[in-house]
Design a binder for this molecule. Sequence first.
Ligand SMILES: Cc1cc2nc3c(=O)[nH]c(=O)nc-3n(C[C@H](O)[C@H](O)[C@H](O)COP(=O)(O)O)c2cc1C
Length: 227
Amino acid sequence: MSNLIVGMTGASGSVYATRLVEVLVAAGQTVHLTISPAAVEVFKKELGVTISLDHFDPRQLFPNDQAPDSDRRLPQTTPGAATNPAPRANDSTAGQIIYHHYRDYSAGIASGSFLTSGMVICPCSMGTLASIATGQSQNLIHRAADVQLKERRKLIVVPRETPLSVIALDNMKRLAEAGAVILPAMPGFYHDPQSISDLVDFIVARICDQLGVPNTLMKRWGSGVNS
Ligand SMILES: Cc1cc2nc3c(=O)[nH]c(=O)nc-3n(C[C@H](O)[C@H](O)[C@H](O)COP(=O)(O)O)c2cc1C
């Protein structure tokens, strides 16, 4: 089990974020989760989900989940932080979600001495993209991303906007040059998708591939099967 960071920001595509966390937890990963205020607005609009940043509970992300462990609360690790068993798809390997408030710079993920296997910002707004590209560290998401870059660790950015301005393109180029993987929320249609879930899983699978998290979410080109 390794520490992965997931930052959720205020771009369209909340469903990518919830599915990503669900898959990572089911794969036994520890997910350090931080959420921007704008993401809360988008979650409400797109998924009808109400998230409290000050009193976060993973069940807010998965209101319909029937996870048997979801009532078990573990002690808080930092002020405003919650550690909970997560909704799980695979009982034997389920990991956990450790929540960090977006203003909590005392969280471990704000420091390079806290070891992680990577960070994903999904979805990533143009605002967060710009902040990271210019090293602003105005919230914990920006700071954690800055740490990933300075430590030469994996940073995966999942931007969502269309069309893209020259400013956004420049910021993506700058981040790519700094070592980040730019993985746009831009699903392919060559794997015979039957539903929106299939399109979501296409992106989540590509993120998991980048993180080295094994998955069978999509039919891989050339294999003919999900593997
Ligand atoms: C419903 C909704 C959808 C949005 N979609 C996008 C989007 O797809 N891409 C984007 O860059 N910003 C989008 N925004 C605007 C961002 O939320 C806004 O720029 C915000 O300041 C980003 O803050 P954050 O990066 O701290 O989350 C959206 C806002 C709302 C309310």
